[in-house]
Design a protein around this ligand. Structure first.
Ligand SMILES: [Zn+2]
Ligand SMILES: [Zn+2]
Ligand SMILES: [Zn+2]
Length: 139
């Protein structure tokens, strides 16, 4: 996605366009995988953004639904662009991540909600699988 599209994307989500925001979005878009705040901060070489601003802008993106927060059990959250919905399998030994397209959660929601005593609707979900990759399985 080009810089111009990030401009439009920010405005569509009611966010002000700033250089820091454009830089963070282009990093997230280029990587195609979940990144921690520290990783994003480190990747912002061309447009240095202090870590507090990275945190704040990620919060703004989350609130606007532009990015998703993903828990890979690394102790800190990871972030990814929200368009193109998918989930991940994570190796608990070496941390390698594979994404898988398609969502098994959405199809199960009606059934889950019909059995739920307390919930009427679900607006968001995260779903990550953890296991051993082929390499770590042979060690
Ligand atoms: Zn992903
Ligand atoms: Zn592994
Ligand atoms: Zn899903």
């Amino acid at each position: 996605m080009g810089k111009k599209n990030f401009n439009i994307m920010l405005r569509e989500h009611g966010l002000k366009v700033t250089d820091a925001r454009l830089a963070i979005l282009s990093v997230l878009d280029a990587v195609h995988g979940p990144m921690s705040t520290e990783e994003i901060h480190r990747a912002l070489k061309k447009t240095p953004v202090d870590i507090v601003s990275v945190y704040r802008n990620l919060e703004a993106f989350l609130g606007a639904g532009m990015v998703r927060e993903i828990d890979l059990r690394r102790g800190s959250s990871c972030y990814e662009m929200a368009h193109n919905h998918h989930h991940h399998i994570v190796c608990v030994k070496c941390g390698v991540i594979e994404k898988f397209d398609g969502c098994i959660v959405e199809g199960a929601l009606t059934g889950i909600l019909s059995k739920s005593k307390k919930f009427k609707s679900v607006s968001d979900h995260s779903f990550e699988l953890f296991g051993l990759c082929k390499k770590c399985s042979t060690l």
